[in-house]
Write a protein that binds this ligand. Sequence first.
Ligand code: ATP
Ligand code: MG
Length: 569
Amino acid sequence: MNTERNDAPAASNFIRNIIDEDNRTGKWGQRVETRFPPEPNGYLHIGHAKSICLNFGVARSYGGVCHLRFDDTNPEKESVEYVDSIIDAVRWLGFEWEKDGKEQLYYASDYYDKLYEFAELLIQRGKAYVDSQSAEEMRANRGSATEVGTPSPFRERSVQENLDLFRRMKAGEFKEGEHVLRAKIDMSSPNFNMRDPVIYRIRFAHHYRTGDKWCVYPMYDYTHCISDALENITHSLCTLEFEDHRPLYDWILNELAEAGIFTRPLPQQIEFSRLNLTYAITSKRKLLQLVTEGHVDGWDDPRMPTIVGVRRRGFTPESIQLFCERIGITKVDSWIDMSVFEGALRDDLDEKAPRTAAVLDPVKLIIDNFPEGVTEPCNAPVHPHHPEMGVREFPISRELWIERDDYNETPPKGYFRLFPGNKVRLRYGYVIECIGADKDENGNIVAVHCNYFPDSKSGTEGANNYKVKGNIHWVSAAAACPAEVRIYDRLFKEPQPDAGGRDFLEALNPDSKRVVNAYLEPGAREALPEQRYQFERHGYFVADRVDSKPGKPVFNRIVSLRDSWGKPA
Ligand code: ATP
Ligand code: MG
């Protein structure tokens, strides 16, 4: 796989500035260790790609390592299927979690014993207590933005009583919701996260990795910072919604450092803004809904903004890395227009995609003065700017397929293609002059007729004697490869489908998938799955990684050559 993007110099950003400064002061020696911490409760999406490119990219460029860690503390929603899909997605994007031969792949669930042990330690140090209020009481006593919280009547339980209750919670003696373990911090803190957050709850749920061993599960905030510290993470990069959680992150690690568990410096949480992409949604819950309600054909539907979806659509890992570089890393929440994502794909593939001809809406073109039964070779560069990519050869014959809209009986002003009496060049072939067309009883065009000029062939001296404005692509009818081509477009017709809590299903684009029977240049017949081409005049296409087979290709349109969606709203 081509991973040249990975070594391109990365643009500076505030996170790199922090790391540079840490390296200058020697805070971590010169160590840079990051982590990407997905919860295996769904497929990764393009927003995750931003976090992946940042975490793995930063580690790589500082000679460090990025851990892949599954943050799996919600047994009800997590599964091996999701773990496998995440591993695949990160690898495909071009990243590894290995350093010096050691795999840095972790699961928060592997820390359950330690997390439990540390929770007992916090209890012993008077920093955590078992609360036996109901969920409603806890909510009511939490206070509000203008009112401080009310301490739980159980807040002053003795260490002994807390330990006993917590152990019995673990032993399965209580029902779900009967007790929770809370950190004892500050019920009057202006920050809600510091008002004695719950750190353990009872759940009689089967966990995909630990099975039925546990009936108490640690909360995300408690687990995350400890996992970071256990793995010696230096810079813990996360999205802005965790900014208000940072004091809790620091509090927990500080308490455990005071207890002698961790040494300083402690991992530093740094927040950046998440990716919001127009014409897409990046909420796992809503993506799941699209799948389960059948609005798309699965997680890897080429219209889905999941990594498997954009992969199947035909996006390259390099284009996604390029996109992430271009959008940069800041603390400002903003929307990135879909055209930036598509533009990165165009820029990546323009340089490397072989060109080929494909007729997506075919109509016959008959060259009346071309001898029947004769085929003649024509050739064209595989890539117009890269002669080293070679030459492609394809035959011309009396009957060709051309695009239906390359003929127009009553041409509008500025139309330079086929109409009776007009001359155009058949790309890499001959100049022809249009005669007219045959129609069926309903007036539909069934064949266009023309004559060719035998001395006008591209690449010969005679070609220079012909000056024509139109230049159309074609494939020989006898040699063409018939293929199913799926013309994909944006899944949503509005830039912010779920803005303001709106029903995003109403914004679904009814024309996001159209299937056509096309004719391809013969060379595309043996396309391997995931092979990409520029179909001349049309856009970038990929042989579908699931349905396409050499000899019987099926193509997906990745993007058209130019953005037809115009300016963002
Ligand atoms: P959930 O609601 O299930 O927590 P999530 O999108 O936060 O959804 P995680 O699996 O927790 O999913 O995310 C893993 C990492 O990816 C987190 O560090 C998170 O901050 C980051 N991430 C998620 N969505 C985006 C996004 N749109 N842009 C950038 N980073 C993101
Ligand atoms: Mg999350």
